[in-house]
Design a protein around this ligand. Structure first.
Ligand SMILES: *Cc1c(COP(=O)(O)O)cnc(C)c1O
Length: 464
């Protein structure tokens, strides 16, 4: 077989991809029939495909390439570490400088007394760690009955058996016998879609109080933890009303429920602070981290836990760990990523420059006839498409039909956006500059115009 490289004709790469590569969250045969888009290289906020077309990456890969593509320093850090010590485990009462340095750095950045990190290679693995850790925490404190973890419908916490059980994605639960026992879901704080006649403030309170009801129904002695993303990402960039998080915090404090903030997307600058918990005023006992920790250059994640949680877990043996927990190359790359984030002031760039510039133009999209809601937090944003703005109506067509049409227009115009049902979401690299934001917005508007024209022609501009 000849070497398979970018120099191969696209059609041949696509044929081999279809023959041998199974894609995540994809209808395989459908994709095989049209062929995957082959991404060849990337620089800054732009991708180049195998046909030479340049596309702006409005999703930072999968919410992760925060520092942008093509950073030589990260390649150098990986090469240096591979030469010195490519691998060693952290099981055998052994450690190494990269994992020590990264754990120390995270302790310095993380809020409150979140001073201890248990490493994994992904957000899914880290949330699996969290399931076992919070249950073990209560067992070690002599309360083994506290095993229920409360989460939310339409949450995303990963794709392994445990983390997908924590998540609230119905299509995921429908396959493979999920959820595992003792996971309980309450409703999400999505006012635009589910708030009806309530004010956002009342709705936020009501949805938070579902947590209190669930604790009372399950019994305080049964509940171990509540887990939530500060801003729901994969669920459609859903930002809770202002009343929501203070009430959640009050309830977790009152019933002594561990609060797990899944910061896999919100962490490391996405919301304009180092962590989404800081932006939203949450005091978690555990944070899940991954994605932006290494800007996606290496697979790494972890659970960052409080002094109290660490003290209890460390009082015995926690029978848990991954071969690649604290992988030296991944740690070295993550450290270099954080060094650059710090040196270039990328978090304050999001908070003071890119965030406000995008916000102004993103919210102005609310004037478009298709847009029911335009919401944004830092550099994560969404628009909800609707056939009738006043009544916040859904489309009569199957959910996602119109969203996909809009997404396809965006791709054709040279912008990667993602659709979640009939919401469109973006999460661009945090290093995006003002002029690039202007280009992004122009392309979103073109996509909306193209979509409106198509669905008007096709008779899809109809409420349920
Ligand atoms: C992506 C994501 C995960 C899962 O991370 P993986 O690295 O894909 O396993 C978990 N939680 C949230 C909030 C995510 O966005």
């Amino acid at each position: 077989m000849p070497a398979i490289t970018n120099h191969m004709p696209t059609a041949e790469l696509q044929a081999l991809d279809a023959a041998h590569h199974m894609h995540p969250f994809t209808a395989g045969n459908e994709l095989a029939a049209k062929g995957a888009r082959i991404i060849a290289r990337a620089k800054g906020v732009y991708l180049t495909d195998s046909e030479g077309a340049e596309i702006m990456d409005g999703m930072a890969g999968l919410w992760c390439v925060n520092i942008g593509y093509g950073r030589e320093e990260l390649a150098e850090a990986a090469a240096r570490q591979m030469r010195e010590l490519p691998y060693y485990n952290t099981f055998f009462q052994t450690s190494h400088a990269p994992v020590i340095a990264l754990a120390s750095k995270i302790a310095e950045l993380a809020p409150g007394d979140l001073n201890h990190t248990f490493f994994a290679s992904s957000g899914s693995e880290a949330n699996d760690t969290n399931i076992r850790m919070v249950r073990t925490y209560w067992a070690m404190k002599g309360k083994p009955s506290k095993s229920v973890i409360i989460s939310r419908h339409n949450a995303y916490h990963g794709s392994s058996v445990g983390s997908a059980s924590l998540g609230g994605m119905a299509p995921m639960h429908a396959q493979g016998g999920l959820p595992i026992p003792d996971i309980h879901h309450i409703d999400q704080p999505s006012w635009w879609a589910e708030g009806g006649d309530m004010s956002p403030e009342d709705f936020g309170l009501a949805r938070a109080q579902e947590l209190e009801k669930a604790i009372q129904e399950l019994g305080e002695d049964r509940v171990a933890a509540f887990i939530a993303e500060p801003v729901q990402g994969a669920g459609g960039v859903i930002i809770a009303p202002d009343t929501y998080w203070p009430e959640i915090q009050r309830i977790c404090d009152k019933y002594e429920i561990l609060l797990i903030a899944d910061e896999v997307i919100c962490g490391f600058g996405r919301t304009g602070e180092w962590f989404g918990s800081q932006t939203l005023g949450i005091r978690p006992d555990i944070m899940t981290i991954a994605k932006g920790l290494s800007s996606g250059y290496q697979p790494i994640g972890g659970s960052v836990v409080s002094d109290d949680v660490a003290a209890v877990i460390d009082s015995g043996e926690f029978n848990h760990g991954y071969t690649y927990s604290g992988h030296p190359v991944a740690c070295a790359v993550a450290l270099e990523n954080l060094r650059i984030m710090h040196e270039e002031g990328i978090v304050s760039h999001v908070r003071d420059v890119a965030g406000p510039h995008l916000k102004e133009q993103w919210q102005a999209l609310g004037d478009h006839p298709l847009v029911g809601e335009a919401s944004i937090c830092g550099l994560m944003a969404s628009i909800a498409l609707t056939p009738d703005k006043a009544s916040r109506a859904k489309f009569a067509s199957d959910p996602g039909t119109v969203g996909l049409i809009c997404r396809d227009h965006s791709f054709a115009n040279g912008l990667i956006m993602r659709h979640v049902g009939d919401r469109l979401v973006i999460s661009p690299p945090l290093v995006i500059q003002r002029d690039e934001i202007d280009i992004l917005i122009t392309r979103v508007r073109k996509a909306l115009d193209g979509c409106l024209e198509d669905i008007t022609k096709q008779g899809l501009m109809k409420p349920v």
